[in-house]
Design a protein around this ligand. Sequence first.
Ligand code: CA
Ligand code: CA
Ligand code: CA
Length: 345
Amino acid sequence: MKICKTFFLVTVLLAVSSSNVFAMESEEQTVFHETTMEDSLEEEAEIFTMEDFNTNVSAELKAGMNSQVKKFTEMEALYATGTTYTPDQYEPNNNSGVATSGIKGKKIQANINTANDEDWYKIDVTQSDLDESQGLIAVILTDIPANYDYDLFILKIMSNGQMGQVSSEQTGNTSETIYLQGEPGTYYAVVDPKNGIDNNYSPQNYSFYFGGAYKNGSTGYMNLGMKFDFGTKNYGSNGPWLSPYQQVDLSSVSFIPDQALISKLYISDNSNGAYWIGFYKMVNGIEQMGNSSAPLDIAENQYLAKELYQIQGKITRSDGFIWEPQLRIDYIYPITIQNLRFISQ
Ligand SMILES: [Ca+2]
Ligand SMILES: [Ca+2]
Ligand SMILES: [Ca+2]
């Protein structure tokens, strides 16, 4: 990529120096028609007095100034009509020696704002980073401004000393996404405007992420507004009694990332504190004895978090016990363009 860019620049310089821009200089002399002051007088041409001249010119100038002159403050207004212009806080970073570090696992905003700009990022990946993300690294370049085309390159000195490179080079402002089976070490990521496109730079930001391909999240305990009123009952040897279920549909909520998998599922004991015997909490048929705050007994990372949840209680004796369960879902989710909004800046 670097070689291509340098070669391109050299080609342009050669093109400029080989064409003789002075060759077209004209040798013709401009010939003025000789009109004397006297001729003018004879032709009775309209002549302005010096005073008129001054007045007219200054009026024209004034009119011209008012209609054409732009103030510097208006230049900001031009940007304000589109996406707000923000300087690239990570500059200078135009080569590996000054590459920006400290961005691992974050979603950042930066921009390609001059013809020669390219943005280098340096990321040190550790074994524990990889352990947290199933060994996978995600690198995502998105929100590329409309009508521009930036590409994404990943470089790494491999253990044998050779340079490894992988790239994503979609056309247009299509997002660039690379998933890597990671190994510990130093990676360089480069956001590079595609060559051969005029004015391929913009003050508008792109978004960039380099980090684990999976992240953890949690809904926290959610009050579902459910009440299970078991009344005053003693089923004794006839029990236990199974309540009707109540359900909550989380299959299309926006506060849980798409494709999230349940890592741990909790159902709380919240209640009015009345006496009970033999109380069991149930979520989609998974049972847990009352007074347990442990996660439910389900396999980790195998069930979709965005699901329909059916909740029931089972009880042997109730002295007016009312259960008001809260549900908590801990999950793991893949870093995709859609899910980037869950990543902090
Ligand atoms: Ca930049
Ligand atoms: Ca740069
Ligand atoms: Ca591209």
